[in-house]
Design a protein around this ligand. Structure first.
Ligand code: NAD
Length: 491
């Protein structure tokens, strides 16, 4: 086994203060295929101190925006030049099929290019005020940003955070999920020669309970940007209260995919499968609750189940594979646990519902695409985020019931509607309490448009201009156009 991969702190690769390491397991085989250094709270302190120095001394925030943009563009080029390698690395670490990691890498490249473009376009304003004053605003970087991401899109989630933060002139301490640090370690290797001042971008590795919580509570961190589960998000929010950090939270979901009787059935089935089974169902915005109008319910479900059973499940690096393994054995057991709960709750298992045990797949964490019908709104499998290839189907009679069911959730991340009635589609979407929505589609989103949730799916927005503003403070400046005493006090 090769040497454990290191952290990047204050411009140098380091094993940190401890001696612990973490073995990473290939989800398709169950075998260890890499080892990384396991960081601790003292390593977070060192990284934050470096980021603090780098921010306060100003080498990055005072670098002209165009020069900052040039570095981000060079990083985009480097990622693009290593796209195949990065895709294979991500597949070996996360398990997802190569066609998905290829998409993730290309989207990551576009994201750096998008924010490099935005770096030179700050959006201050001037105001005409009722006085001999010129009031204006400028945008400034927030300072030291702690960034924590999950394992489902390891590279992409990292880039959604690193690109706007660096473009806006902040310094960062980044923590990947403990299971999936490899692609972002490679990103930092590609970033290292590009001339970023020491301490501007730091990478710490390790567990959420130690490294993540220290970063969230650290008094010298000005902003925490977190993507992960809703319960963890609440813990991060509590920890961030200590020094009143700015926060961005991108959390869980249980999003509805809603099909009316007038939709084209084959098209809607196709999207409904994509909505839940893309990325093994490990997608925050997955269409994990399928609501189908009663008049077409049985026909729709029959076709959906027929196609779900044909999805090609296998190791992500094999040609033709459409769905890979789940991320870890622990997560697979959690998903299988929910399938047992669904059966006990009285839902009907229409397909799947088990770990795949063919000789090729037995060693990995493969779960068959699973569909439950006969579900009711009170069931745990309908209310809780399973974060795996498990779809629950509920019938509805009319538009009013569809919207009531769609909004019956503590989450509000995403949702899609399928209908050929344009007015109804827009009526429905306007009533849906969710941040990311589709009409006659599900999943495609873009770096240019804001991403984030209503209700307990999060606070704030990433991506687009919103995602850039989330890494800036707004400063009001008032310039006296008639300099002289104020004359408030007589003597
Ligand atoms: P998780 O909350 O367990 O972990 C996410 C990250 O937080 C990891 O890096 C982990 O190490 C860290 N962490 C854990 N405990 C922490 C603590 N006490 N303090 C600080 N950091 C801590 O989530 P997960 O299982 O890795 O990911 C799945 C979840 O992420 C799902 O709920 C999914 O919906 C959500 N997610 C949301 C979005 C979005 O954009 N809204 C995107 C992807 C995933």
């Amino acid at each position: 086994m090769s040497e454990a991969k290191k952290m990047f702190i204050d411009g140098a690769w380091t094993t940190g203060t401890g001696t612990a390491t973490r073995d990473l397991v290939d989800p398709a085989t169950g075998f260890v295929n890499a080892t990384v250094v396991e960081g601790n709270a003292a390593d977070v302190d060192a990284a934050v101190a470096a980021a603090r120095r780098a921010f306060d001394a100003g080498p990055w925030r005072d670098t002209p925006a165009l020069a900052r943009a040039r570095i981000l563009l060079k990083l985009a080029d480097a990622l693009e030049a290593h796209a195949e390698e990065l895709g294979a690395l991500e597949t070996s670490n996360n398990g997802k099929p190569l066609r998905e990691t290829a998409y993730d890498v290309s989207d990551a490249v576009n994201c750096f290019r998008y924010y490099a473009g935005l770096a030179t376009k700050p959006t201050g304003q001037t105001y005409d005020v009722p006085d001999a004053m010129q009031a204006m605003t400028v945008r400034e970087p927030i300072g030291v940003c702690g960034q924590i991401v999950p394992w489902n899109y390891p590279l992409l989630m990292a880039v959604w955070k690193l690109a706007p933060a660096l473009a806006a002139g902040n310094t960062v301490v980044f923590k990947p999920a403990e299971a999936t640090p490899l692609s972002v370690i490679r990103l930092f290797e590609l970033l290292e020669p590009l001339g970023l001042p020491a301490g501007v971008a730091n990478l710490v590795l390790g567990a959420g309970e130690t490294v993540g919580s220290r970063l969230s509570e650290h008094p010298d961190v000005d902003k925490i940007a977190f993507t992960g589960g809703t319960d963890t998000g609440k813990a991060v929010m509590r920890a961030a209260a200590g020094n009143m950090k700015k926060i961005s939270l991108e959390l869980g979901g249980k999003s509805p995919c809603v099909v009316f009787e007038d939709a084209d059935l084959e098209t809607a089935v196709d999207w409904a499968l994509f909505a839940i089974f893309a990325n093994q169902g490990q997608v925050c915005s997955a269409g994990s609750r399928l609501l189908v109008q009663s008049s077409i319910h049985d026909r729709f479900v029959a076709r959906l189940v027929e196609r779900a059973q044909k999805i090609v499940v296998g190791p992500g690096n094999r040609d033709g594979v459409e769905m890979g393994p789940l991320i870890t054995e622990e997560h697979m057991r959690r998903v299988l646990g929910y399938i047992e709960i669904g059966k006990q709750e009285g839902a009907t298992l229409a397909c799947g519902g088990l770990k795949l045990t063919s000789p090729e797949l037995a060693g990995g964490w493969f779960v068959a695409p699973t569909v439950f019908t006969g579900c009711t709104p009170d069931m745990r499998i309908v209310r809780e985020e399973i974060f795996g290839p498990v779809l629950v189907v509920l019938p509805f009679s009319d538009e009013a019931e569809a919207i009531q069911l769609a909004n019956d959730s503590i989450f509000g991340l995403a949702g899609g509607v399928f209908t050929n009635d344009g007015a109804r589609a827009l009526r429905f979407i306007r009533k849906l309490r969710a941040g990311i929505t589709w009409i006659n589609a599900y999943h495609p989103t873009y770096n240019e448009a804001p991403w984030g949730g209503y209700k307990q799916s999060g606070i704030g927005r990433e991506l687009g201009t919103y995602g850039f503003e989330a890494y800036t403070e707004v400063k009001q400046i008032n310039i006296n156009l008639a300099p002289g005493p104020v004359g408030w006090f007589a003597n």
